[in-house]
Design a protein around this ligand. Structure first.
Ligand SMILES: [Mg+2]
Length: 288
């Protein structure tokens, strides 16, 4: 009888503590609970940390070293299928744009502050009216390529429908764009189609020995790694098969916020709800 009274008292005491937010552990009072996003740490790492800034600086410094090496080796090409490298006098470096040359972190930060997920319409709005900046080292490396008379190509999945805005943006940042915009190969630029970049790389490789590829996504380097056919295992296999390209001909810039690395975790099914995507992602987390 006595112990039942005691148990009842304890239950009431714990309930009261929870109600006023005095319980320890992970139970926070309602007013101390923060609304956050799964991207909070990734966005802050990229917006505030020296570690990210220097990772990018380091990647561009490596690119400078490798471009000198590439120029002295007439057989050197960053495109595995390029067989005409020795016949070509013109040389090129191919850049992805977003999170490789351009810093769109204000866009990512605003999504987080507004607590809204990425959407194509918000991205389109940023693409046409936003003001990205240059990543550290990008401008300096591009100027160096100009001194070396190496041509610069941008292969981006910004849509070709907005090519005029992209050209204006690049010029505004002091980046070289041909008078006819020929060195900007946006998504769906005729005669190419879709977000796979292989056909656009092939256009460059017809006329130029490609010295380096720079990007933040596996799709910036090799085909068959994004889209509903892609799998984690397949991406690993393809990346491993080109092991000798990484850090020599292929220079990758870190991007922990978004990319095909994230979409493959839910099978590139963009129609899934946010909740379903989270559930799919959690199934990939490995514990001990
Ligand atoms: Mg990118």
């Amino acid at each position: 009888m006595q112990s039942r009274t005691m148990r009842g008292f304890l239950v009431l005491a714990v309930a009261a503590m929870l109600a006023v937010g005095l319980a320890g552990g992970f139970v926070a009072s309602k007013e101390n609970r923060v609304t956050t996003s799964e991207n909070l740490n990734s966005v802050l790492w990229m917006q505030t940390s020296v570690e990210y800034q220097m990772s990018v600086t380091q990647a561009y410094r490596l690119a400078e070293v490798m471009v000198d090496r590439a120029l002295t080796d007439p057989g050197w090409t960053a495109i595995p299928e390029q067989t005409n490298a020795r016949d070509l006098r013109k040389t090129a470096v191919i850049f992805d744009l977003d999170e490789t040359v351009l810093d769109n972190l204000a866009f990512q930060g605003q999504l987080l502050l507004d607590n809204v997920p990425f959407s194509p319409s918000l991205w389109k709005n940023w693409q046409t009216t936003g003001s990205p900046t240059l990543l550290p080292g990008a401008g300096r490396f591009i100027r160096r390529l100009q001194e070396l008379h190496v041509d610069i190509f941008y292969i981006t999945n910004r849509d070709d429908a907005h090519a005029d805005e992209t050209i204006k943006l690049l010029r505004g940042l002091g980046l070289p764009v041909d008078a006819d915009g020929a060195n900007l190969l946006s998504k769906n630029k005729p005669p190419t189609k879709g977000s796979d970049k292989r056909s656009r790389r092939e256009i460059v490789a017809k006329t130029h020995r490609v010295l380096l590829l720079l990007g933040d996504d596996l799709n910036d380097f090799i085909s068959g790694v994004h889209g509903t056919e892609a799998t984690l295992e397949g991406r690993d296999r393809i990346a491993d098969a080109h092991e000798g390209f990484w850090g020599t001909k292929w220079i990758i810039i870190p991007n922990p916020i978004y990319g095909s690395w994230e979409r493959v975790l839910y099978g590139f099914d963009s129609k899934l709800s946010h909740q379903k995507k989270l559930e799919a992602k959690l199934r990939h987390v490995r514990g001990w």
